[in-house]
Ligand binder design. Structure first.
Ligand SMILES: *[C@@H]1O[C@H](CO)[C@@H](O)[C@H](O)[C@H]1NC(C)=O
Ligand SMILES: *[C@@H]1O[C@H](CO)[C@@H](O)[C@H](O)[C@H]1NC(C)=O
Ligand SMILES: *[C@@H]1O[C@H](CO)[C@@H](O)[C@H](O)[C@H]1NC(C)=O
Ligand SMILES: *[C@@H]1O[C@H](CO)[C@@H](O)[C@H](O)[C@H]1NC(C)=O
Ligand SMILES: *[C@@H]1O[C@H](CO)[C@@H](O)[C@H](O)[C@H]1NC(C)=O
Ligand SMILES: *[C@@H]1O[C@H](CO)[C@@H](O)[C@H](O)[C@H]1NC(C)=O
Ligand SMILES: *[C@@H]1O[C@H](CO)[C@@H](O)[C@H](O)[C@H]1NC(C)=O
Ligand SMILES: *[C@@H]1O[C@H](CO)[C@@H](O)[C@H](O)[C@H]1NC(C)=O
Ligand SMILES: *[C@@H]1O[C@H](CO)[C@@H](O)[C@H](O)[C@H]1NC(C)=O
Length: 452
């Protein structure tokens, strides 16, 4: 959309805020073939599922570094079971997994380096002391592509889940893929299995495109997550299927005093055409780590099934930051305990140095065109007394509530507007003195107003 059109729209309508930049998924990532390609076999790798191939991956990538200024290169992984510890990617690299190629994470913790906590978190999430580096990782890179012909990256997470549950971890669990402080990252056409913790974690990144991947881990895997865009901007997630233990897609931006000091929001995020199953967490969650802020998020065409929660906003006193200017539409849910929830007392604090006066803001959230079957709680909103949740706008929402339900809407310290919502929301969200003009509106890709 041109600036002129944006200004015109602002001038013509009684609009509080316009999402002027939903082009994140507008164009397909430009993937020029790399002029150089080598196979992991050329570096002595053995695909028997037993031989450890960490050195082969490290050597191959070290070699391919020299092609960074010559148009970049591809590392080809043929069919086979390629056991490895963690390895680094490099800039202008395509990691390509052929059909039948499976990169498998070693279950020996000594094959995973231990690294410092992310600055916006101040500590590891599972245990304070350090964290294992992700299986595949990148730091300060440009133009990285992880793709293939439905190859698989398998984190072999069962041992990590057991160590988590039995409190025997010495450091926080590793992720499957973590890309830090990088620009132009594409992840596509692959299957990700059994992540020890998160499956895909872009943090402090710009221009991230995640397309046509499938992610899964068993329902009982503790606090496993699918895609976690963290303190990153210009992120597109589309045409993905995620079936996971905890959160399928979670937007984050740092934790309490560490996240406030780092101050990097997650923003300009577009999520569309995704199918999500989040057994004990939420299909889509915001926070609970959100201290750098979360804004300008458009989510559309989502199918949620068999999940504890459909859409959940999480924050807490001490987080600071904000969750604002979020537009969510065309959501279909089935067998979901709580369809929509917003919690002002979620999660724990990294340590006791958090500032109890750092109150988060939750404002300008629009949810529309939602249909749900076999829902137990339609909406649960518990805001913060000193910083109530405001301008929550609900429209065209029809949820069929099951017989196990005793409360359909729970509301405190929240206000907003609703139109055509069944069952009828609580009074705080349907106060006649509130009007739709305070709702967050957005422009859809076709240039039509997608508000109400
Ligand atoms: C991997 O990258 C980290 C920096 O992110 C660096 O400290 C480490 O030496 C690299 N390892 C290899 C094997 O290149
Ligand atoms: C999605 O990825 C699979 C391989 O994983 C591929 O066969 C298929 O063509 C891809 N679809 C699109 C639309 O890119
Ligand atoms: C991709 O691979 C996974 C696991 O190997 C398989 O379950 C799935 O059906 C495959 N998808 C496509 C599109 O071939
Ligand atoms: C944690 O450290 C202890 C002591 O070094 C060791 O015995 C144990 O195996 C470690 N646990 C894990 C999961 O690595
Ligand atoms: C995914 O695979 C399909 C089919 O091979 C291909 O057309 C498409 O370009 C790939 N997409 C990406 C982003 O790699
Ligand atoms: C309804 O959803 C709940 C989960 O909230 C699930 O346990 C139950 O089996 C579902 N009922 C039917 C009839 O599918
Ligand atoms: C209401 O939402 C449903 C999808 O849940 C959609 O099919 C329908 O067109 C919407 N109605 C209006 C009036 O926008
Ligand atoms: C805000 O929440 C607190 C704690 O749940 C509750 O005691 C208080 O009455 C609420 N305030 C309003 C205005 O609803
Ligand atoms: C909605 O109405 C309530 C109660 O009248 C009021 O406190 C709140 O500020 C209103 N919210 C907006 C966004 O107008």
């Amino acid at each position: 959309m041109s600036d002129v059109a944006l200004l015109l729209l602002l001038a013509l309508s009684n609009v509080v805020n316009v999402y002027g930049d939903v082009e994140q998924c507008g164009s397909n990532p430009k993937l020029d073939p790399r002029p150089h390609s080598v196979s992991i076999l050329e570096f002595g790798a053995v695909g028997d599922g037993k031989t450890l191939n960490t050195i082969a991956f490290q050597n191959a990538i070290f070699y391919l570094k020299s092609f960074a200024d010559k148009g970049g290169a591809q590392l080809y992984v043929p069919p086979g079971n390629w056991l490895t510890g963690s390895f680094n990617l490099t800039s202008h690299l395509t990691l390509f997994l052929e059909k039948g190629a499976v990169i498998i994470g070693s279950q020996d913790p000594s094959h995973w380096d231990v690294i410092e906590a992310l600055p916006s978190y101040g500590r590891g999430k599972d245990v304070p002391d350090g964290r294992y580096k992700s299986l595949i990782n990148g730091n300060k890179l440009e133009d990285v592509v992880i793709t293939g012909n439905n190859g698989t990256i398998d984190g072999n997470g069962m041992v990590w889940w057991e160590w988590y549950k039995s409190h025997s971890l010495n450091h926080s669990r590793p992720h499957l893929v973590e890309i830090i402080s990088s620009d132009s990252v594409v992840v596509s056409n692959l299957t990700f299995l059994n992540a020890p913790a998160y499956s895909i974690h872009p943090v402090y990144c710009r221009n991230v495109h995640i397309q046509n991947i499938s992610i899964s881990a068993p329902p009982e895997s503790p606090y496993t997550a699918g895609i976690v865009p963290d303190s990153s901007d210009n992120v597109c997630i589309e045409d993905c299927i995620v079936s996971i233990g905890y959160d399928a897609i979670s937007l984050k931006s740092g934790w309490d005093e560490y996240g406030i000091a780092y101050g990097r929001p997650v923003e300009k995020v577009h999520i569309r055409r995704v199918q999500l199953h989040a057994f004990s967490g939420s299909a889509i969650s915001f926070g609970t780590e959100m201290s750098g802020g979360i804004s300008n998020v458009l989510i559309e065409h989502v199918h949620v099934w068999n999940s504890n929660s459909g859409i959940e906003f999480r924050t807490n006193i001490g987080r600071g930051g904000y969750i604002k200017e979020i537009a969510i539409s065309n959501i279909e849910m089935e067998n979901v305990y709580t369809a929509i929830s917003a919690k002002g007392n979620s999660g724990f604090h990294p340590d006791d140095k958090f500032d109890p006066k750092a109150l988060p803001l939750l404002n300008h959230i629009t949810l529309k065109d939602i249909i749900g079957t076999n829902i137990t709680v339609a909406g649960s909103f518990s805001g913060i007394e000193e910083s109530p949740f405001t301008n929550i706008c609900l429209s065209n929402i029809t949820l069929s509530i099951n017989s196990a339900s005793s409360v359909t809407w729970e509301c405190s310290n929240v206000s907003g507007f609703s139109d055509s919502v069944f069952p009828k929301p609580c009074q705080e969200l349907s106060n006649p003195s509130n009007s739709s003009s305070s709702c967050f509106y957005l422009m859809s890709l076709g240039g039509k107003t997608a508000g109400f």
